[in-house]
Design a protein around this ligand. Sequence first.
Ligand code: IPM
Ligand code: MG
Length: 355
Amino acid sequence: MSAPLIVLLPGDGIGPEIVAAARRLLEALGEFEFTEHPMGGCSIDAHGTALTEEVLAACRAADAVLLGAVGGPKWDTTDPDAPRPEQGLLGLRKGMGLYANLRPVRPSPALVGASPLRPDVIAGTDLLVVRELTGGIYFGESGRDGDVAHDTCEYSAAEVERIARVGFEAAQRRAAGADRKPRVTSVDKANVLETSRLWREVVGRVAPEYPDVELDHLLVDNAAMQLVSRPADFDVIVTENLFGDILSDESAMLTGSLGMLPSASLGAEGEPGLFEPVHGSAPDIAGQGVANPLATFLSAAMMLRHGLDRADDAARVEAAVDTVLESGLRTPDLSAAGESTVGTGEVTDAVLAAL
Ligand code: IPM
Ligand code: MG
């Protein structure tokens, strides 16, 4: 059997540093073949577009794709005709058919103090946002006519059904072996939007196929509120693209350590997934060797589990990250005032040693 082929897309800002660290981690775990390609701002500089056809083809042919981060002030623009780094990300999602975005939020026990919420509110929080990633207003018809602009939100029952299944199945998987009932919270705006009424109807229609899973529906404004008032009550949240974008940032901040959160974007069974940290490219600290690589390591763990069928290795990485945090090592983003800090290289060495 040949070694799995992993496409690395380091991207911009701190992306190259954290992806290089993740490559060291993966090389310590086993035999992988790597190829590296530009995507995002660096690709705009080199090719005039954030994602070339060649890079998309390389990603589609891989076993999995690991992405650092894209974007930076250099490419910020409101000119509708200028290329933007995010177009690379959206192009990959659509081009690879990555319709399911999984963003787990579990405050690391050693970092509970970093949450902006009171310890008694955040205690026990362990949730997963399942965000629909290739439909809705992100990909609907849009346009501008003088002073008037529009973006269209469209969903088909088939699109809602497949993401609902991802949510129900994830809830079952998370509860397996645990002494609790799996729960899915479907989030929509059914009191206003027709797409949301379809969403609610379809999710309700799929639910009886998962009789062990408890389902409730929340309106998105209410969900935003409940997420900060009782985060520990959530299990799996399943929602459409735009609501998922917003709620996943809110959920990420529950932990207070954005630098710790991984994500997976998955497509059809057997197709390669895309794995990336939730944080951005942090251009202000790029090139200084102080970027926190842990979210990328945890994304690599998701890649091992969901993309490469190596759940044991994934668990080893996750345990090693916990061990290193418990030992007190902190990159600057995780440190309290006055605490001493270490750089990307030292944290990586420590994780490798803890494996
Ligand atoms: C995310 C990001 C992207 C999104 C941007 C960069 C296009 O915010 O992955 O959540 O809105 O989906
Ligand atoms: Mg976002």
